[in-house]
Write a protein that binds this ligand. Structure first.
Ligand SMILES: *[C@@H]1O[C@H](CO)[C@@H](O)[C@H](O)[C@H]1NC(C)=O
Ligand SMILES: *[C@@H]1O[C@H](CO)[C@@H](O)[C@H](O)[C@H]1NC(C)=O
Ligand SMILES: *[C@@H]1O[C@H](CO)[C@@H](O)[C@H](O)[C@H]1NC(C)=O
Ligand SMILES: *[C@@H]1O[C@H](CO)[C@@H](O)[C@H](O)[C@H]1NC(C)=O
Length: 314
């Protein structure tokens, strides 16, 4: 019944997933009560802190990126940190290692629909979300509303907020649903997203005196993380935001729970689901390796390192 690992390990290597077989094993596994394996979890977290060290390097800070630093972009070139940019950084990382007991990382998958997991998510000590997703009453029964950490992809600022070149209030208002959560942007992914995108988000939040804090992912942290996953066999042009958040959560939280992560067009019972819980816009093909990332998560679930929720909460 609980011999799921064997299959997943093979699938991960062969990378050609027999989904009906996989779903069946996954469904059967749901009768096994998930329990954290402390030793496996500690080992995993230990190797993560050696590679990536989120509690010191997740964001660019005054401490880890002094003024004058030549900061290397994730892709192409580098940027000298001027005193003006330096001023935008927090003094230090706002979170320490294993600071939060139980964390929820909420992916945006259609698998969230009708999960009724909102209460369980909101009862977590810290809640991560990807790409400012809707958390209004219409959705909160399934995805909750509490948010402590939310990312914004540059493409959202470009498409939904016209690069913040015009009216800024819609952006400020969109952020209201997340209260004082940390708003996190990959400002140093590549040059074109720095000034005209991520920094503008910071200016808006400051100008409107939003209670939110704006932080920038440290590009070296993301590069180290990419290498970490590559060594584990996860290759992608760019890791998905979901994988980034799960990885950060593993260091910052004692126990990590995933909701809304499922990279297939049907749920484990074979019923069609939409791509996101709020729309059915398909991902750009070839950028991320979603099913591949998910298989790794499933494998980690079987080892008691994290808990993936794909069944409705009771
Ligand atoms: C954890 O790491 C220790 C030391 O590296 C090793 O002896 C042990 O077997 C590992 N445990 C697991 C469950 O991987
Ligand atoms: C993380 O970085 C900080 C600051 O450089 C350092 O003090 C700490 O020992 C590092 N942690 C690990 C596990 O390497
Ligand atoms: C969710 O539940 C509603 C009401 O029971 C139902 O109409 C709808 O089809 C369900 N959607 C999914 C994706 O299961
Ligand atoms: C953020 O808001 C929550 C809920 O509104 C509150 O409990 C918490 O103390 C606030 N945190 C900070 C750092 O202001």
């Amino acid at each position: 019944m609980c011999l799921f690992c064997v299959c997943v390990c093979v699938c991960v290597r062969a990378c050609r997933v027999n989904t009906s077989e996989l779903f069946k094993k996954w469904r059967n596994m749901q009768v096994c009560k998930w329990e954290q394996n402390k030793e496996e979890t500690n080992n995993f977290t230990m190797s993560l802190s050696q590679c990536c060290n989120a509690s010191s390097f997740l964001f660019t800070t005054k401490r880890n990126t002094p003024s004058g630093t030549k900061l290397r972009y994730e892709i192409g070139g580098s940027l000298v940190i001027s005193p003006e940019i330096f001023k935008m950084f927090p003094d230090d990382m706002p979170y320490s290692r294993s600071e939060f007991k139980r964390c929820a990382v909420v992916g945006n998958g259609g698998i969230n629909i009708n999960s009724t997991c909102g209460k369980e998510i909101d009862s977590a000590d810290f809640v991560f979300r990807c790409n400012i997703p809707p958390v209004s009453d219409k959705y909160s029964a399934d995805v909750g509303s509490k948010t402590n950490f939310v990312t914004i992809n540059p493409s959202i600022i470009i498409k939904r907020f016209q690069k913040l070149e015009k009216w800024r209030r819609p952006f400020y208002e969109a952020l209201q649903s997340y209260g004082n959560a940390s708003i996190v942007l990959p400002a140093f992914y590549q040059r074109k997203y720095t000034d005209s995108n991520s920094f503008r988000a910071k200016y808006v939040v400051d100008d409107f005196r939003s209670p939110a804090g704006v932080f920038f992912f440290h590009p070296q942290y993301l590069l180290n993380m990419q290498l970490f996953w590559k060594l584990q066999g996860v290759h992608a042009n760019r890791l998905s935001t979901g994988l980034m958040l799960v990885t950060a959560a593993m260091e910052l939280c004692e126990e990590v729970h995933l909701y809304g992560f499922w990279a297939f067009p049907t749920n484990p019972a074979g019923v069609s689901i939409t791509n996101h819980y709020y729309d059915d816009v398909k991902a750009k093909p070839g950028v991320h390796a979603m099913p591949h990332e998910l298989l790794h998560f499933l494998h980690m679930h079987t080892r008691g390192i994290l808990h993936i929720h794909t069944q409705p909460c009771s």
